[in-house]
Design a protein around this ligand. Structure first.
Ligand SMILES: C[S@@+](CC[C@H](N)C(=O)[O-])C[C@H]1O[C@@H](n2cnc3c(N)ncnc32)[C@H](O)[C@@H]1O
Length: 258
């Protein structure tokens, strides 16, 4: 796995400037789920924490937070924003999870295929996700909860899509293509960011696997979670292509990794 390959400095900057809505609008609903599950002021691990916007709101609500992200540039922004939280530049698939009361991953992080692998067929990342669910289950205290969202409906992604977004000192151009056979969504992302007198160009290609919600629910239930799915976080509804999963650990016992 290569740190510093994904969400490099300029894309991390643009994500921070131009894509604040998703974490900000999710916060209220996420805090409500934590409260409903009697999780108050305890340790929350955020996987794919990005620039720390949700971590900041969790800290404000008196939770302790450990944020993990594969992008060093994202973590640099997060550390600056939330000095009270702990952050690690690491993959969620290899990081050691501490005993905690909640695990959260928002912004379709679990769809990404950033960890090195030549074998990008559906079964390989699905088994990687299943291993992650086992590790999360074992790290959670009894009554703990895993909250995350994913893209789960490839058919409704229009194909291909080209677009752009701009800010005062940046422009991002993107092209998305969803391969219905492999279920892989590929985004080519070209950024231009003003640095001094000139605009600097960078380019990243992101791949995401689109899973079916029923497969994710089955993996979670096999691990021992009780699962609910939802179309958003509280009043904040996600695009129709996405689903929120709320997985509760009711039992105190650990499960054995397959
Ligand atoms: C779309 S961004 C969402 C960031 C943040 N959660 C938000 O909502 O603004 C996806 C994030 O997932 C991170 N990510 C993807 N795969 C990861 C992995 N295997 N381990 C840790 N972080 C990962 C990326 O670096 C990126 O910060």
């Amino acid at each position: 796995m290569t740190i510093n390959k994904w969400y490099r400095e300029d894309l991390a900057y643009i994500h921070d400037e131009g894509y604040k809505d998703y974490p900000q609008k999710s916060t209220y609903g996420i805090l409500a789920i934590l409260t409903q599950n009697q999780i108050n002021q305890e340790l929350i691990v955020e996987l794919g924490c990005g620039n720390g916007l949700l971590a900041r709101d969790l800290v404000k609500a008196n939770y302790r937070v450990l944020g993990v992200d594969i992008s060093k540039s994202m973590i640099d922004i997060a550390k600056n924003r939330v000095p009270q939280a702990d952050f690690r530049v690491e993959s969620m698939y290899t990081t050691t999870l501490p005993l905690c009361n909640g695990v959260i991953s928002i912004g379709e992080c679990l769809n990404y295929l950033f960890d090195d692998s030549d074998n990008k067929t559906l079964s390989q990342p699905l088994s990687q996700i299943s291993q992650l669910f086992y590790r999360i289950y074992n790290a959670l205290t009894q009554g703990g909860v895993l909250i995350f969202d994913m893209i789960t409906s490839g058919e409704s992604i229009s194909n291909p899509v080209k677009g752009f977004r701009e800010g005062e000192d940046w422009v991002v151009l993107f092209e998305k293509h969803h391969n219905l056979a492999t279920k892989i969504l590929t985004r080519k992302i070209v950024t231009f960011r003003q640095v001094g007198e000139y605009y600097r160009r960078d380019e990243e290609i992101h791949q995401q696997m689109i899973y079916e919600a029923k497969d994710i629910v089955r993996q979670l239930e096999e691990v021992g979670f009780q699962v609910e799915i939802s179309s958003g976080y509280g009043d904040f509804l996600l695009p129709k292509t996405h689903q929120v999963f709320i997985a509760k650990k009711l039992d105190s016992k650990s499960t054995v990794n397959k």
